[in-house]
Design a protein around this ligand. Sequence first.
Ligand code: GDG
Length: 457
Amino acid sequence: MGERLVVVSNRVAGDRPPAGGLVFALHDCLTQMGGIWVGSGADLVEAPAPALRHAPADGYDRYLLDLTEDEQAQFYLGYSNSVLWPLCHGRTDLMQIKRGQYAGYRAVNARMADQMLDVLDPDDLIWIHDYHFLPLAEELRRRGVTNRIGFFLHIPFPAGHDIGALSQSDALMEWLGAYDLIGLQSERDVAQFIGTSRQHPGTEILMDGRVRMGNRLVAVRACPIGIDVAAFQGEIGTGEAVTLSKGEKLIVGVDRLDYSKGLPQRFDAMEHFLDTRTDADPTATFLQVAPISRGEVAAYQDIRQTLEQKAGAINGAHGTPNWMPIRYISQSMDRAELAGVFRQSAVGLVTPLIDGMNLVAKEYVAAQDPDDPGVLVLSRLAGAAEQMTDALQVNPYDPTDMGEAIRTALAMPLDERKARHARLLTGAVHEDIHWWTRTYLDQLRQVRAVPVFPLSA
Ligand code: GDG
């Protein structure tokens, strides 16, 4: 049998075309290459099924592990999103370590490995995604799987000093040692990984950039995810436009409602801009779209309240009967509408406190009119900042810095806007989503974590 691609990720595309981000990228890759996609089902079940549920899709096969309510609580909302997500985003203060979560996380990974054995072939190229399934390769290896297994972490690799907050910090490195290739979003993440590896017993950094982990050699590479530029541009013009008055400029932010996205600081930046406004500044309305995600986790409820209060206070202080400076929407928008709003906006604000990559930054650039483009204001702490050096880069913790960047962006001459945009667009087109999958999978085919002698035999 020839090579077949097996992708594993928590979310799997449903029957309708996927809306964005990771799911879109993997759907696109599998549609082109064929293969199978393994992940969690959308609905909860009463009791675990004895096998993965087969759900064919157009061009590839899906196999779903349906979670019980308890597994959803411990594996997904618990260990994945209340422990690993805050850890990787530098928010150890928001970690909610509770009894049963870790066991639930391990149990779902073990069950996934057990049930995957029924669908795996010896020549399969296995590509596991994200923090939900960190231990999956180790589980598969224990069951005798010798295939090449790659991992891609979509979120930042945790800082060395934060990892101590994870009760299973040693296990983390052992899980990673079971892969052949660890893909990370940015060079910053690779540096974090190397720094952490140095402190981990039994791990050694080799001259060729590989890492000896226990008795295996693992390759670690930065491979920044991109978008399908043409597909996103194809959405423009099909959605409804935002109504603005004459001369009014639009500033846009689009993020899942998440504490890593720097939204309170962004609202403060808008407040700074309004507080220091002069007659030279145009009237600018800030539209923030922030669909609720992980609403069951307490930290996500808190951020929502904070934003509602800030929006109300800023509008109360600066609004007039005919104009409100902030339009804040906590519902999801249609993708076509989103593309149109990006196109209409003079400024795109993408200011996460930390982010693995951030696809909105790339989508904003893709959506601009090259003859009259808007300006991207980008956090220097987003993974995307390494590639997108022609954005106006800001410190997302500093509302004054961001407020002044809004002013600079609104006043930027057309020539400079065009030059910056052209370079950003060239980058987004060159390192797009197809480049990402091709580059990652080519590397996975080339590397092999050959077993070597243990360090201290
Ligand atoms: C993780 C990492 C990394 C948002 N609101 C709406 C909507 N979106 C779409 C955006 C974009 C996607 O969701 C969000 O992607 P991001 O990359 O910005 O962020 P995460 O969800 O945190 O993704 C991140 C990514 O994985 C991929 O590796 O870049 O760093 O955290 O596509 O447009 N789409 C629609 N309506 C909305 O209201 N239709």
